[in-house]
Write a protein that binds this ligand. Structure first.
Ligand code: HH2
Length: 269
């Protein structure tokens, strides 16, 4: 039998927020969040991404103590219950530090270490991998009027600059991953251009994390304008395309269905 292409890693999303765009409020209780994470592991998640601050457009800032109270019990609970890698989705270095102490080994930062003046130094001191994601603006402002002359080139240049800044601050280059930030300060056309041009992002030389699951561009393309919870088909289509164009890790809500689609697609190659 011919060898099939290796599947990417699957990062399952565990939101402990009140207001995430597709599942806000569902897993605010730590026991429910842990149970949800374990379900995603059973479906094949290699990594669980735990977030306590929604970054959807217009989301409110979450105070540090509140964010810590949301994510730490979940990380501690999951650390005891699974060998899967744990990732902390936060812009705050204090949250990243506490999460790594509790067992996380990836800091997924949608601000690419720009949110706090401490971020770069904390990243260099922590024993974890770091995801540098592109966003234009902040969650409060990013969808107001996103503008680029050449979105792929600008996102690539931004990621190069953030890789350079992290390395200059003392982060080992081999610990860095990059993410073009689908939906973060981008119109439908910007998102499509990035997905079509994902090869340019892969060329930055760091593994690419790709997160399109349930995002609003899928609702815009859906003939019926599907709401977030009804975007599985489009999310799988986007995941397949991200993988085909070189993504190393797919950040998804629906691990089992996405993994099945990729396993079947891999057999066709
Ligand atoms: N997307 C979201 C949050 N974190 N991190 C990375 N690296 N890449 C992404 O595309 C990404 C991310 C938004 O999705 P979600 O977690 O479902 O919603 P919310 O931000 O409302 O919690």
């Amino acid at each position: 039998m011919q060898e099939r292409p290796a599947l990417p890693l699957f990062m399952g999303i565990v939101n402990t927020t009140t207001d995430s765009f597709s599942d806000g409020g569902r897993y605010l209780d730590p026991a429910r969040a842990v149970a949800h994470g374990l379900k995603l592991v059973a479906e094949g998640a290699d990594i669980l991404d735990i977030g306590g601050e929604s970054t959807r457009p217009g989301a409110k800032d979450v105070p540090l103590t509140e964010e810590l109270a949301r994510v730490l019990p979940v990380i501690e609970g999951l650390r005891k219950a699974t060998a899967a890698r744990l990732s902390i989705d936060t812009r705050k270095p204090e949250v990243a530090r506490a999460a790594v102490a509790a067992g996380a080994s990836i800091w997924n930062d949608v601000s690419a270490l720009q949110f706090s003046s401490e971020s770069l130094a904390v990243a260099a001191a922590l024993d974890c991998d770091i995801v540098l994601m592109h966003a234009q603006g902040t969650p409060q402002t990013m969808q107001k009027n996103p503008h680029y002359d050449d979105v792929v080139a600008e996102v690539a240049a931004f990621l190069d600059a953030r890789i350079a800044a992290a390395v200059a601050a003392g982060v080992e280059r081999s610990r860095l991953l990059v993410d073009p930030g689908i939906g973060f300060g981008k119109t439908l056309e910007h998102n499509l251009a990035i997905i079509r041009g994902l090869g340019t992002i892969v060329d930055r030389g760091a593994p690419v994390l790709f997160g399109a699951s349930r995002k609003s561009f899928i609702g815009k393309l859906d003939p019926g304008g599907a709401p977030a919870a009804k975007r599985l088909g489009g999310s799988i289509a986007a995941a397949l395309e991200g993988w085909r164009r070189g993504a190393a890790i797919l950040r998804v809500h629906d691990v089992g269905a996405t993994r099945q689609a990729l396993a079947v697609a891999a057999a066709f190659r």
